[in-house]
Design a protein around this ligand. Structure first.
Ligand SMILES: [Zn+2]
Length: 132
């Protein structure tokens, strides 16, 4: 049996000993846990304690943003990815010394967003002007 399945079984066994579970519940729980453990085991998440190779100040580039925790590059550093490091975006910013409001996206996307915001503001101004 593969390790992750074994691990999942152990967890479910522990659960089943503290509460009554139907066979269906047990089966689906084993499957879910096994998939989860497998994802962690096979994922390229760097274990904590590994040296951080990414300089947070250089992590945000024109076309990519590097994850300071694992060094992978993204266009947008998602909440979901940060969760794989056990961090929220807020905790991530704090840990690597970013400003609280810093968007975790690459520079080109940041610019695009800013441009869109401006366009939206212009649009709002226009519509309010019309109303008058
Ligand atoms: Zn990462």
């Amino acid at each position: 049996m593969e390790d992750y399945l074994q691990e999942a079984l152990e967890i479910v066994k522990a659960q089943a000993s503290v509460r009554t579970m139907t066979e269906e519940e047990i089966t689906s729980m084993v499957q879910k846990l096994a998939a989860g453990i497998k994802a962690i085991a096979e994922g390229d998440v760097v274990e904590s304690g590994a040296p951080v190779a990414v300089d947070p100040q250089k992590a945000i580039r024109e076309k990519s943003i590097l994850c300071c925790a694992c060094g992978k590059s993204f266009k947008v550093l998602t909440k979901k990815h940060l969760a794989t490091h056990g961090m929220t975006p807020e905790e991530y910013r704090e840990q690597y010394g970013y400003k609280k409001k810093l968007p975790l996206v690459c520079k080109s996307l940041q610019r695009e967003r800013r441009k869109k915001m401006k366009e939206m503001q212009l649009w709002t101004k226009r519509t309010t002007a019309k109303k008058k």
